[in-house]
Design a protein around this ligand. Structure first.
Ligand code: CTP
Ligand code: MG
Length: 230
């Protein structure tokens, strides 16, 4: 199906401890953000793409794609959900309709495979709610107690990691996110907002290597992988 994209890229990357927000760190000769945008920009089903950036972001204007007319920019907010909501508001101006599909994808996930993107689109095309790429837990899982010791072993088969893109209908996503923010509910992804209003997003199994660059070792790992690919 045709789809809109919102990319939240207004974070500061505190856990990365770099000299700039992580989306502007280099990977195979370009910034992480440029690779992430490339996952979508040439997709034949893309209706439009909105990028949420921090106010006065000094790094964006220096990129070659800063003048790309396919990229609509908005100012992000204090939390990821604020940045996504700002992007959704711009989609209204671009002509998004209630039932249109919107995909939200972290700027910090530059290794999204086209096959994963297309499988998400295909598997959810007729779904009433929508859903997200996710990865089944691989390791044995422990719940930690206050004393730093194992409180219990958790059933691994019940736990999946939430990835992005997350794909929902425009109006439902907009309403759920806005209501959650007003209510002060902490929503760290779009699915949480939909869950909060009583919906059950579908999990579509994706590749584990669509990881979010969070800590320095994540970027090291991806740089090494891409050293062979590029
Ligand atoms: N993000 C955003 N606006 C915010 C916070 C985060 O647009 N106020 C974006 C980030 O730029 C990132 C994505 O949301 O692409 C996922 O968030 P996360 O990995 O937590 O990135 P940061 O918040 O930048 O990193 P950290 O939490 O380590 O500071
Ligand atoms: Mg964060």
């Amino acid at each position: 199906p045709p789809f809109w994209v919102v990319i939240p890229a207004a974070g500061i990357g505190s856990r990365m401890r770099a000299d700039r927000p992580k989306q502007y760190l280099q990977l195979a000769g370009r910034t992480i953000l440029e690779h992430t945008l490339d996952c979508f920009l040439d997709h034949p089903r893309l209706k439009g793409l909105v990028l949420s950036l921090a106010a006065d972001d000094p790094f964006w204007p220096a990129l070659p794609c800063a003048t790309d007319p396919r990229i609509q920019r908005v100012e992000g907010g204090a939390e990821r959900a604020d940045s996504v909501l700002a992007g959704l508001l711009r989609l209204v101006e671009l002509g998004a309709q209630e039932g249109d599909w919107v995909l939200v994808h972290d700027a910090a996930r530059p290794n999204l495979a086209r096959s994963d993107l297309d499988r998400l689109l295909a598997e959810l095309a007729d779904d009433p709610v929508g859903g997200l790429l996710a990865v089944p837990a691989r390791d044995t899982l422990k719940r930690i107690g206050a004393d730093g010791r194992v409180a219990e072993t958790v059933d691994r088969s019940l736990i999946w990691q939430a990835y992005t893109p997350q794909m929902f209908r425009f109006a439902a996503l907009h309403r759920a996110l806005a209501d959650a923010l007003v209510a002060g509910v902490a929503v760290t992804d779009e699915a949480s907002a939909l869950e909060w209003v009583g919906q059950a997003p579908r999990l579509v199994e994706g590749r584990a290597d669509n990881l979010k660059i969070t800590r320095p070792e994540d970027l090291e790992w991806l740089r090494q992988r891409w050293a062979h690919k590029h």
